[in-house]
Design a protein around this ligand. Structure first.
Ligand SMILES: Nc1nc2c(ncn2[C@@H]2O[C@H](COP(=O)(O)OP(=O)(O)OP(=O)(O)O)[C@@H](O)[C@H]2O)c(=O)[nH]1
Length: 374
């Protein structure tokens, strides 16, 4: 940047203090959006900007986030592939936040459940953002019921723990305290000095996780240089400043263009793919139920959706994490009726799953919205 614009003057004001940043990471369905909603509803006067990166083509988190006061919250979404694009997309999104005419007090970044937090942290540490922001901490949300590194077999899942300054052992309502104790021991094996806090619905007193100054950038940088070969060249290697997304194959949430860095820690190597649907068409409830009960393979680890059932007048928010699913209903209000669904899993038979879900859609009938009873 050569010339100084009014926006940059504003940006420099922020830079004096460095905008505090918390990164929320954690595996698929662990409770990151739940935590974000908790932060947004309890932030008490702080102007918090939120950046969300999603895996899958259909962005659903946007609809799942509570925005309490329009003026106080800024939510930016990006669903580029995380391994190569986050750096650039994220940087641009952070600059947008910094350039806002009204001052933002805090920035929270939610990574996708499949992201290795390292490149996200390095975006703040290894670029010019280093002078404009202050990485406060990395908060890792863990699903106590579903957590299993063996099951995930994912380097990203491991790194989420390894780089977590604070680990929220979430969903403790679903496990015995003794199992939570065992899990805590396993987590300490990976990250000895993490601050581990047990939560239900990510309800944690905010002073325990925000503005805690737990992030030690020197230690982090040294560790990352040694164990990942991501050294000072990282910024250079990951910059795709004029990256053209039209050339990307986002089918699997992943860019196909060439770049040099090591992919072994990223999602493609972990075999995760996603399937997304967005339709202005309803689902037939019984067909969808049949799909859930009889067809959905265990390899689908996570699903979420806003579902429109032909038989129901309500808008249904659907979540599946591991084997557990929930369906909550709410009013459509003035929102257009549509069905959005994302399934994420390892080594999915995409064609088969797509056909099975396809089969659940129906035409709107005269029975529309009459309820589920016969
Ligand atoms: N029983 C129980 N359910 C929870 C708890 N925290 C979150 N959930 C539910 O778990 C599901 C996933 O929560 P999210 O907050 O969307 O998880 P996430 O980490 O943002 O998910 P991704 O962005 O897809 O990775 C939702 O149905 C939540 O309501 C908890 O402490 N206990």
């Amino acid at each position: 940047m050569t010339a100084t614009t009014p926006a940059q003057t504003q940006q420099m004001d922020v830079s004096k203090h460095g905008l505090p940043v918390t990164i929320i990471t954690g595996f698929l369905g662990s409770g990151k959006t739940t935590l974000l909603n908790h932060i947004l509803t309890n932030q008490e006067g702080l102007k918090t900007a939120v950046l969300v990166n999603e895996f899958g083509e259909v962005g659903i988190d946007n609809d799942l986030l509570i925005t309490t006061s329009e003026d106080d919250t800024m939510v930016e979404l990006s669903n580029g592939c995380i391994c190569c694009t986050i750096n650039n997309d994220l940087m641009e999104a952070v600059y947008k936040v910094l350039e806002r005419s009204d001052k933002i007090d805090y920035l929270v970044v939610e990574t996708t459940g499949l992201a290795d937090p390292l490149p996200v942290a390095l975006t703040f540490l290894g670029t010019e953002l280093r002078d404009l922001t202050r990485l406060d901490s990395i908060v890792t949300v863990v699903d106590s019921e579903n957590y299993s590194l063996d099951l995930f077999n994912s380097q990203a899942a491991y790194n989420q723990i390894a780089y977590g300054d604070i680990i929220l052992l979430n969903k403790v309502d679903l496990v015995d305290p003794a199992d939570a104790d065992l899990l805590e021991v396993k987590l300490r094996d990976i990250k000895q000095d993490a601050r581990i806090i047990r939560t239900t619905q990510a309800q944690v007193p905010l002073p325990l996780i925000l503005s805690v100054g737990l992030f030690e950038s020197d230690k982090y940088f040294n560790e990352s240089q040694e164990s990942h070969g991501h050294d000072h060249n990282h910024e250079h290697e990951h910059r795709h400043d004029h990256h053209n997304h039209e050339n990307c194959d986002h089918d699997h949430g992943h860019c196909e263009h060439e770049h040099e860095h090591d992919h072994s820690s990223h999602l493609e190597a972990d075999g995760f793919t996603s399937i997304s649907f967005e339709r202005e068409q309803p689902l037939a409830i019984r067909k969808f139920q049949y799909f859930l009960d009889n067809q959905l393979p265990a390899s689908v680890f996570r699903a979420k959706g806003i579902l429109w059932f032909d038989e129901s007048p309500k808008r249904h928010v659907f979540h599946l994490s591991g084997k557990r699913f929930s369906l909550e209903d709410e009013e459509w209000g003035d929102r257009a009726h549509k069905t959005q669904l994302v399934l994420i899993g390892q080594n999915l038979d995409q064609d088969k799953l797509k056909a099975q879900i396809e089969n659940c859609f129906c035409m709107e009938t005269a029975e529309r919205g009459k309820g589920f009873s016969d």
